[in-house]
Design a protein around this ligand. Structure first.
Ligand SMILES: Nc1ncnc2c1ncn2[C@@H]1O[C@H](COP(=O)(O)OP(=O)(O)OP(=O)(O)O)[C@@H](O)[C@H]1O
Ligand SMILES: [Mg+2]
Length: 500
């Protein structure tokens, strides 16, 4: 059944007249011949002059008898503007380079229209194809191994479903050996301490490690031994002047892994030998003590907090990194610590992973290793201009060469430098009512989304557009609600048990 007809337009903006009685929505997918089009905008159309329309409206409103010139449904209608999204030729998706027939009839897409989609290797499930707000039973997968190493960005206004999407992705990645994940979780929402979460996955016992400052049974204590700390871990996380930063490196070169203790207990005599001024040393000591919760008494450094310690947990970073390199998913609950500690810990672990992977590449061992994804919330904290050069910046710039990628979650894409945005080769775009944010996303997307601003603005919770160098076109999807998805999977397992 046709729901509209092509009556004009140009490439990239085809004009469609909506059939009366039908409803076309922004974001709807329509098919004609071998092309699928997506609706971008709606407008009123009429065969009458504006003057006549207004006169007739006046007469009707003011109670005069209506003067009908033609059949209402022929006279007035709705125009839809659409862009060709994808062309299917010989069973394969192509970028459409032709216009569908003038006066051609359009139909709503159906499941069969997507028979050309194939599940890629190392697949990662994201959601189902969506036409407007209607969901089709067509699952969308991307190549997770490739997508993760080329960075995934999840931009959206608050409450549109970013965390839910990460839960869904994490769940499907748990059994997959092709990727290890480090999930930095400042809201403690992914493991599912008190609700459904990663811990409920049938393979969680073997594949998920959970670290927390207050771990439940089965979790690990999140605690960092100070001897693991290197001066560059502070870069872009603790604000340091040039002189302070230099002083760190001087003490590091003199004292190796005991540099922090040496610096905190250093007298001015030693500082003078290293060319470090008194004010610099004092300020630095104060900052370091504050950042790491340390005190110095009678020439001894003592840990006062429970996150950075000078005894025990020496192997924590190594344990985490080893697990990730085995393809495990490691979740760090950082909910009870201040931001700078969260980012320090995230940075220390990430730095170790990145160094290892650079090594593997050099030794030609990279191919045997799983890809690593690092999930970070409010990514502008570490990727924004103000953050300076830190390990996350480095990964965003060159991580894909070493198969280490970011999953960057953000409400504020515009705070991330353009070149980094452009390096995020898969964007799963959820709803966003801020035009400046949409512009930043659109300007760096893998497909031309220049006309999709309204489309993105009108996305409801869990509705997304996947724009990726690993998809032939920008795919509109609906992400499953995590809790429902888990419930459904459990139901299916039960059925299998029953009949199996
Ligand atoms: N795919 C979905 N389908 C249906 N409802 C959803 C979906 N995703 C999210 N929601 C609803 O929206 C609520 C907020 O989602 P979520 O916490 O994932 O948003 P968020 O983008 O992470 O927000 P914040 O910026 O506050 O972290 C959820 O509690 C859920 O009720
Ligand atoms: Mg969230």
């Amino acid at each position: 059944m046709p729901i509209g007809q092509i009556v004009g337009g140009e490439y990239g903006e085809v004009l469609i007249r909506q059939k009366s009685g039908e409803t076309i929505e922004i974001g709807d997918l329509l098919s004609i011949e071998d092309v699928i089009l997506q609706i971008l905008d709606l407008e009123y159309g009429s065969l009458l002059e504006q003057n006549d329309i207004e006169r007739m409206s006046g007469m009707e409103l003011e109670g005069y008898e209506e003067t009908s010139l033609m059949e209402e449904e022929i006279r007035n209608y709705i125009y839809a503007k659409a862009k060709p999204l994808v062309r299917i030729k010989d069973g394969k998706a192509r970028i459409p380079k032709v216009l569908p027939s003038f006066f051609g009839n359009l139909e709503r897409v159906s499941q069969e229209d997507f028979d050309f989609l194939e599940e890629p290797e190392n697949s990662l499930y994201l959601g189902k194809v969506r036409s407007g707000s209607q969901v089709l039973n067509v699952p969308i997968h991307i190549n997770g191994k490739e997508a993760l190493s080329h960075h995934i960005m999840i931009p959206a206004t608050t409450g549109r479903g970013k965390s839910n999407l990460v839960k869904v992705m994490l769940w499907h990645l748990i059994p997959k050996e092709y990727a290890g994940l480090l999930v930095i979780d400042p809201h403690d929402e992914y493991y599912g301490r008190n609700e459904v979460g990663a811990k409920d996955h049938p393979e969680a016992g073997k594949k998920v490690d959970y670290y927390s400052t207050n771990p439940p049974a089965g979790g690990y204590q999140l605690r960092i031994n100070l001897s693991i700390l290197k001066p560059w871990n502070l870069q872009g996380i603790v604000e340091l002047s040039e002189a302070q930063s230099q002083a760190l490196y001087v003490y590091y070169s003199q004292h190796g892994k005991n540099w922090l203790e040496a610096l905190l207990t250093s007298d001015q005599e030693e500082a003078d030998m290293h060319g470090v001024r008194e004010t610099t040393l004092d300020a630095l000591k104060r900052k370091l003590k504050l950042t790491f919760d340390l005190s110095v008494k009678t020439g001894e450094v003592r840990a006062r907090g429970n996150i950075f310690v000078n005894q025990g947990s020496e192997s924590l970073v190594k344990d985490i990194v080893d697990a990730i390199e085995e393809g495990k998913k490691v979740i760090l609950d950082t909910s009870s610590m201040p931001e700078n500690k969260e980012l320090l810990i995230a940075g220390i672990i990430t730095d170790r992973i990145f160094k290892n992977y650079k090594d593997y590449k050099e030794k030609g061992e990279l191919e045997e290793k799983p890809t690593v994804g690092i999930v970070i919330e409010e990514a502008p904290r570490v990727l924004g201009d103000r953050a300076g050069r830190n390990v996350f910046h480095q990964i965003a710039r060159e991580g894909r060469k070493f198969r280490v990628g970011l999953v960057a979650i953000t409400q504020l894409s515009s705070m991330i430098p353009r070149e980094i945005l452009a390096n995020m080769n898969t964007k799963i775009i959820l709803g966003n009512e801020m035009k400046s944010e949409r512009d930043a996303i659109i300007g760096s997307a893998a497909q031309d989304l220049s006309k999709d601003s309204k489309n993105i603005a009108s996305l409801d919770k869990g509705e997304a557009i996947v724009s990726s160098i690993f998809t032939k076109f920008a795919v509109p999807i609906k992400i499953d609600l995590f809790e429902d998805m888990v419930e459904e999977e459990r139901g299916e397992d039960k059925k299998l048990e029953f009949f199996g």
